[in-house]
Design a protein around this ligand. Sequence first.
Ligand SMILES: Nc1ncnc2c1ncn2[C@@H]1O[C@H](COP(=O)(O)OP(=O)(O)O)[C@@H](O)[C@H]1O
Ligand SMILES: [Mg+2]
Length: 151
Amino acid sequence: MRRLGVRLAQVLRAGDLVLLTGELGAGKTTLTRGLGEGLGVRGAVTSPTFVIARVHPSLGDGPPLVHVDAYRLGGGLEEMEDLDLDVSLPQSVVVVEWGEGRVEELTEDRLHVVISRATGQAGQEADDVRTVTLVGVGERWAREDLAALAG
Ligand SMILES: Nc1ncnc2c1ncn2[C@@H]1O[C@H](COP(=O)(O)OP(=O)(O)O)[C@@H](O)[C@H]1O
Ligand SMILES: [Mg+2]
């Protein structure tokens, strides 16, 4: 999941919105850790559960990573704008855990990353298998070869 994040980071650029969907423990934060690594940002990417959003500035001249936990963002977009993040969202890569149905209004273009975890019986390997589905919405993603990320 981390390596997939590193690969995905290579196609991300300022203004991109990535929505992560998947049950607790699916690997959303782990994928985001890879994104942070791939983007070369400062600070450890951890679960933002108790802070709602965290900004990781670039160590180079790339865009900052804004990592949001929308689970607690009941009000959706308005609350997101009220967060006073001191960063320009159009100039950042914004990654939102539990974002589906909450922050789509931020931009017409967005990448949905849906992680499903096979539910095997306790103690069985199937529990560790993740299936990740990438769905790009809008003009921005029509031009991107997402299948190449499966490599
Ligand atoms: N592909 C994977 N295979 C096995 N374990 C994984 C995988 N992806 C994540 N994990 C593990 O699952 C746990 C929960 O991951 P996390 O990224 O915090 O999930 P989420 O943010 O979706 O709740 C972590 O211990 C992580 O190391
Ligand atoms: Mg998480």
